[in-house]
Design a binder for this molecule. Sequence first.
Ligand code: HAM
Length: 449
Amino acid sequence: MPMKPQPMKKPDVTPAPAPVKKGPAPIQPIRGMRDILPAEASYWKKLYREAEQLSEDYGYERIETPVLEETALYVRGVGKQTDIVEKEMYSFDTAGGEHVSLRPEGTAPIMRSYIHHGMLNRPQPVKLWYWSPMFRHDRPQSGRYREFWQFGCESLGDDDPVLDAQMAFLAWKTLKNAGVESVVQINSIGTLESRANYKNALVAYFRTKRHKLSEDDKKRLVKNPLRLLDSKEPEMQELKAEAPQIMDWLDEDSKAHFMQVLEYLDEAGVSYQLDPYLVRGLDYYTMTVFEVTPVSDNADVAKLALGGGGRYDGLAELLGSGRPVPACGFALGIERVVTRMKEAMPDLGAPEKRDVFVAQLGEQGRKKAFAIFEELRGSGIRAAEALSKKAIKAQMEIANKMGAKWAVIIGQKEVLDGTAIVRDMDAGTQEIVDARKVVQEIKKKLGKE
Ligand code: HAM
């Protein structure tokens, strides 16, 4: 059958020109790791600003923990049998004999930092936020990288359900403010005890169906039976529908806690759905767990989580706090959110327009232009320049591309006269002004005076 011609996809960046001279082959980025190029910067900037604004308005303080930690932190905190610890960590031994890992997620190190710095003795909850790179040696595919960034909030030292709700709210609201509509998928997995009883019921049920399970799911049945619930195998979907549901195994306190979380979400108008199969892939969770998925007609897009979180009341003791520290939090995956932002706001990527372009001719003109540019910039005017260019024509083309309404032009003559030309780029008219009054003149023209 003849192949249907595929529409050409526009590459994100201009491919590098073929090398003319022979020499060593260019170095490639490491698989699963990517450059964040200027074309994406405006999306990152907007998302960072929304994240910072919301976290700080809600009383979260910025924290940054080291990229390298002792491997034991993640083995104990995230869990030996999780995908992250079993398969995805970048772990190595240092020359000094330390066993270390690149940070695969932010929650365990933040709890380590909380314990290490005695934050247990501060008024609780201690509320922290971060925006940091994470590393997981996962199979690279769409929306899955080996280095990726997370924005997250953690509230440590308080078990009130209003905080669980605040976490889901902040994840959802950050996305909303960044132009991305989402739904919170939410569940409760109860206390460790109620979960242990549920696990037994689940194992008993799936043992009777063992012959229908894939090899991977058979392994999960032995090692981490809760993960059977988020198995993607097609035959699992029917089996899951008949499986015991965690809600029926929750103790009264967990149920009451969860009901309150939902009431707060109702009150705040958060769009959410109950998902009885949501268990999450990290071992530290207790009670509330949630994921945030985008609203999309495309089923593949709609199921790729933009973020996840929940309560983790047992983590602190696993890390040696010596006393319970109830806590909850969430993290959003920045790359995945940015992909959705690009769809929702394609124009945000366009270069920012400038009000004035400073052009120059000749060495003396260039020196003067160098100073005038800084004068304009320092007075809050959005100016642009191309000081390394010599030809006026090339400079005017750049000015047009940048959408500058005005140009300030300084040549040899203007330097000698102590003047500057101010050109209306649309009308093509120009006037001569006193060089000392250029800023004032431009401000007037821009209505800034
Ligand atoms: P997580 O679900 O493993 O949770 O990751 C949170 C988000 O990070 C995911 O929903 C996804 O958007 C993004 N993400 C994860 N892996 C990748 C990857 N390989 N490539 C691109 N994006 C990725 C945590 O990490 C928990 N620490 C969240 C949390 C905070 N729970 C409580 N507090």
